[in-house]
Design a binder for this molecule. Structure first.
Ligand code: VGL
Ligand code: ZN
Length: 208
């Protein structure tokens, strides 16, 4: 069995949002084309409290995109984004969510950020996604959404580590791109064994 994993297609990651990914909303059309072909569709939702440790505003003398050292390693500091109950945290209104079976929220613990859909940034706290996938006998995961160099990348790497055949749908992801981080992320994913595919190649394979 296979699943489509749609990462963080939320207003704050789209143009006009608090942490806008350049052309982030370009991922919506290919995702809307893909999702009807999947029996298993999972969405993630970045879902932060106001006092979240990843917000630069919660640290003295720090600006967005600075980094700090936390117990679990280096953490990039972000503008306040995807705050629980805000419009920015909602899914983009053009994203078709009717085929979605389950929504995994992440990043809601004030003291730990969560890029990956599988594990929080401490690499220990599970989101429950692996248990969900395994209970449905899913062995192959197709990943799309935002942002290529953060939540998409960490999700893809954890997916490989968790033993799933993992595909990145390259025309259905977009990156923030800090210091060449998209190129670096693509290489990390490739080296880890993530397969790269385009939605127009994938759809005919799913159409049965
Ligand atoms: C993300 C930075 C902070 C993402 C989430 O969805 O890639 N990036 N929070
Ligand atoms: Zn976040």
């Amino acid at each position: 069995m296979y699943a489509l994993l749609i990462i963080d297609v939320q207003n704050d990651f789209c143009p006009g949002g608090k942490l806008a990914v350049p052309d982030g909303d370009d991922v919506i059309a290919p995702i809307n084309k893909l999702s009807p072909f999947f029996e298993n569709v999972i969405q993630t939702q970045d879902w932060h409290p106001n006092n979240h440790t990843s917000f630069a505003s919660n640290h003295k003398n720090k600006n967005p995109y600075d980094t700090i050292d936390l117990d679990y390693g280096k953490q990039v500091l972000w503008p306040n984004h995807c705050v629980q109950e805000s419009r920015g945290a909602e899914f983009h209104p053009d994203l078709e969510t009717i085929h979605t079976n389950i929504i995994i929220r992440k990043g809601f613990r004030p003291e730990v950020d969560s890029y990956s859909a599988f594990f929080e940034n401490d690499k220990a706290t599970s989101t429950g996604l692996k248990g969900y996938l395994d209970s449905l006998n899913i062995s192959t995961v197709f990943i799309c959404g935002l942002a290529t160099d953060f939540c998409v990348k960490w999700t893809a790497l954890d997916s490989i580590k968790s033993g799933y055949n993992t595909y990145l749908i390259c025309d259905a992801v977009k990156g923030i791109d800090i210091d060449n981080s998209v190129q670096i992320a693509m290489k990390e994913m490739y080296d880890a064994g993530v397969e790269f595919i385009l939605s127009d190649y994938l759809i005919p394979l799913l159409d049965n």
